[in-house]
Design a protein around this ligand. Structure first.
Ligand SMILES: NC(=O)C1=CN([C@@H]2O[C@H](COP(=O)(O)OP(=O)(O)OC[C@H]3O[C@@H](n4cnc5c(N)ncnc54)[C@H](OP(=O)(O)O)[C@@H]3O)[C@@H](O)[C@H]2O)C=CC1
Ligand SMILES: O=C1O[C@H](COP(=O)(O)O)[C@@H](O)[C@H](O)[C@H]1O
Length: 487
């Protein structure tokens, strides 16, 4: 089932790095699905560009293969695939030289629909961003309405992120730059805002007075999946916390924006990042998976027997502001954990007094927002344990699985489908602004420098476990426990 929506404006999307892994796995399948949903009008074009010497027909074969591998059942429909491929073209270019740029410029200039949106997806490493931006301008490919999409990692620290922002700013206004964080394109992540700001129920309780703590877990069962070289330089902190977990934290903690528009939302997220306190070394647990259950160790996966890169991180942080003073936020993410499970749990405080006496037990309400898989929301409510006995309390879930509650309509577009269409619509709400990215690095850098200076080695944990024991210990020291992964 593909969600149907009205066609967006005509567009030319040039995917620079169109033969790469991201294009195959995500960009091409996402566009194909939007094509199947009727969102690409006849005059839309997808132009792949990379150094590989292909003609348009050969690139269409590449696209067909990518769709067969990554676009699921829809790609079984030959007519749909052929229809999509009719929109596809290719030009060989070299981002570091002049090869192909004039041809690309001519191709874009001819055959472009009137008023078409022109977008350039930089699906290449960030070291090429500046070269590409300069050539787009020099070969007359951009105007004030053109858009560029850039991928993470957006730098590896504050300094490199500032340099990238400065390079892009030489050629594009901030309003033309779409920095992707694909977590913001996930339907349930957007639902965080709907739940918080569309219901009267939660907002009055959404503060340190009523909330004991908040946990964010993004657990993956996969390992580094052939991206060892990149991951060795990144680790879980740069790969996941600086961006995806930070965005989740922002959405759960931010003040209500005045409007659901790009700058109002991003202003509020920025305030959250800037309110983050530094993290104490004893509030960080880094881990690295060891071989177990038939899986190779992290070090074997990346081919570095001495690696000190973390494949897991858990940390406790505080927001230094009026709403959240005293409420800790616990973040945790890792690879090769027991199962894929991304969830946010908001743990409310005890009632101030129990009228039922100590035998009844004390219970806390928990709101669990399950991001993936099986998207849904559960609210734990305390009731009387059924039966003739005395008043004993028990927790029951008020459970709303989106798929059950909404049926097939809940089968939402993939994050990349949503985000690419937002680029065409010119809606930056779900993209990171330059100052947000820099603020996130400004918080992350001292944490990383701290463990580098101390020479901390990550703690080993068994592949397919819940991570290092120290992460559980960190929680237990606070009289709390992790939710989710251990279930
Ligand atoms: N793969 C993924 O799942 C994810 C990737 N990303 C990010 O997306 C970006 C692309 O990643 P990915 O697709 O995996 O990388 P790949 O190495 O698979 O692809 C890189 C692409 O860039 C092209 N390219 C390289 N050098 C040049 C050049 N000088 N001129 C023109 N084209 C060039 C390559 O083609 P050719 O060699 O023919 O030129 C290829 O199409 C990276 O920044 C990555 O970190 C982000 C999230 C997930
Ligand atoms: O950006 C990244 O995200 C993926 C996890 O994304 P998900 O949508 O599958 O949850 C992660 O595997 C990868 O290391 C990271 O670069």
């Amino acid at each position: 089932m593909v969600s149907r929506t009205i066609p967006v404006q005509a567009f030319d999307l040039v995917v620079i790095g169109g033969t790469g892994d991201l294009a195959r796995r995500k960009i091409l399948p996402a566009l194909f699905k939007r094509f199947c949903a009727g969102q690409m009008s006849d005059d839309c074009r997808l132009i792949g560009a990379a150094r590989r010497d292909l003609d348009a027909a050969q690139y269409r074969d590449f696209v067909r293969d990518a769709l067969r591998e990554f676009a699921g059942e829809l790609a079984l429909n030959e007519a749909s695939v052929a229809g999509f491929c009719a929109h596809v073209d290719y030009v060989a270019i070299d981002a570091r030289g002049d090869m192909g740029w004039q041809k690309l410029s001519d191709l874009v200039a001819t055959g472009e629909a009137q008023d078409a949106v022109r977008a350039f997806y930089f699906s290449v490493g960030p070291s090429l961003f500046s070269d590409i931006a300069e050539r787009l301008e020099r070969f007359g490919l951009t105007d004030s309405d053109s858009r560029v999409v850039v991928e993470k990692p957006f730098g590896r620290d504050l300094e490199t992120a500032q340099a990238l922002n400065a390079q892009l700013a030489q050629y594009f206004d901030e309003g033309q730059i779409y920095r992707i964080d694909h977590y913001l394109g996930k339907e349930t992540v957007q639902n965080l805002m709907a739940v918080r700001f569309g219901n009267m129920l939660f907002e009055p309780l959404w503060n340190a007075q009523y909330i004991d703590h908040i946990q964010i877990t993004v657990a993956e069962s996969v390992g580094v999946e052939g991206r060892g070289e990149y991951y060795e330089r990144a680790g879980a902190m740069r790969d996941m916390v600086q961006n995806h977990l930070m965005q989740l934290l922002c959405l759960i903690a931010m003040e209500p924006p005045a409007h659901f528009d790009p700058d109002a939302v991003r202003d509020e997220k920025l305030k959250v990042i800037r309110a983050l306190d530094g993290v104490q070394p004893h509030h960080i647990v880094r881990g690295q998976y060891t071989a177990s259950d038939g899986a190779l160790s992290y070090r074997e996966d990346v081919g570095n027997e001495r690696s000190k890169t973390e494949s897991f991180i858990a940390l406790k942080c505080h927001l230094n502001n009026w709403r959240w003073a005293g409420t800790p936020f616990y973040l945790r993410t890792g690879k090769r954990l027991s199962h894929r499970d991304s969830e946010i749990t908001v743990v409310f405080k005890d009632t101030p007094h129990s009228i039922f006496g100590p035998e009844a037990g004390r219970h806390r309400n928990e709101l669990t927002i399950q991001l993936q898989p099986n998207e849904g929301i559960t609210l734990g409510v305390t009731i009387k344990e059924p039966g003739p006995g005395g008043m004993r309390l028990v927790d029951v879930p008020l459970d709303m699985s989106f798929a059950e509650a909404l049926g097939p309509a809940a089968d939402a577009p993939d994050a990349y489908e949503r985000l690419i269409m937002d680029v065409i619509r010119g809606n930056q709400t779900l993209f990171m602004r330059n100052d947000e990215v820099e603020a996130a690095w400004a918080w992350t850098d001292p944490i990383i420098h701290g463990w580098e200076a101390r020479g901390d080695a990550p703690k080993p944990y068994d592949a397919y476990s819940a991570g290092p024991d120290d992460a559980a210990l960190m929680m237990r020291r606070d009289g709390r426990d992790w939710k989710g992964l251990e279930k």
